[in-house]
Design a protein around this ligand. Structure first.
Ligand code: PGA
Length: 246
């Protein structure tokens, strides 16, 4: 049976303790009946937001994780630290990390291994640039990212893939519903080839300018099992409207 869709909010580098009120409003307003819901705040807020969410169905997640369990890595955060702070999930391989910090599929796969060791559920991001789309390379690029970012350690474990075209992130642009369906179908086929029956059950989220106004039609596309939401997850009213669109 396919898992419940997942609606995850990626707060990126936005928010301070003043944002705890938004998290509380999301916790109070999210029923989680048709979807699982998660907020991925900056690492420094995970502990306080996890405490704010106690008693609600909303989960907390990290936005990134180091590939080693501990060590001399100034400024980094380990999977065990995220879990200790209350996180249950973690975003890995977001395009902003792949681009700004040169994270390769190999690094992403190692981060996924670290997440699994700490019992965190990874959300693995993939997606093409505008140049790759124009060159007709989308499917080959994205499916290679999926194949190479999934380590064997994920066999039998819960995780999601988030398809996020780089040109749709934070731009207000979205692919057509047909384009979303095409890439999601290609990702599904890749997951089945890689993981057999388990590959049929993995949620494939869509991300990139998901808003209350377009959430229902995107979430209704074949093989879309949820959304990874950036900007629109920062305001409780918008995020709750997206959750209600499932
Ligand atoms: P956006 O970001 O919803 O602001 O486009 C999505 C993401 O980067 O996960």
């Amino acid at each position: 049976m396919a898992p419940q869709p997942l609606i995850a909010g990626n707060w990126k580098m936005f928010g301070t303790s003043a944002s705890l009120g938004e998290a509380k409003a999301i916790a109070d307003g999210a029923a989680c009946i048709r979807a699982r819901v998660a907020i991925c705040p900056p690492a420094i807020l995970i502990h306080r937001i996890s405490e704010t969410l106690v008693g609600s169905c909303v989960l907390t997640g990290g936005q990134d994780v180091h590939w080693d369990d501990e060590g001399a890595f100034t400024g980094d955060v380990s999977a065990a630290m995220l879990a200790d702070a209350g996180a249950r999930l973690v975003i890995v391989g977001h395009s902003e990390r792949r681009t700004s910090y040169r994270e390769t599929n190999e690094i992403v796969a190692r981060k996924v291994q670290a997440a699994v060791r700490a019992g965190l559920e990874p959300i693995i991001c993939v997606g093409e640039s505008l140049e790759q789309r124009k060159a007709g390379e989308t499917e080959a690029f994205v499916t290679a990212q999926v194949r190479e970012s999934i380590p064997d350690e994920l066999i039998g474990k819960s995780f999601s893939i988030a398809y996020e075209p780089i040109w749709a992130i934070g731009t207000g642009l979205t692919p057509t519903l047909e384009q979303i369906a095409e890439v999601h179908a290609a990702i599904r086929a890749t997951l089945k080839a890689r993981l057999g029956g388990q590959g049929a059950e993995v949620n494939i989220l869509y991300g990139g300018s998901v808003k209350p106004a377009n959430a229902a039609e995107i979430l209704a596309v074949d093989e879309v099992g949820g959304a990874l939401v950036g900007g629109a997850s920062l305001k409780a009213a918008d995020f709750l409207a997206i959750i209600a669109a499932v």
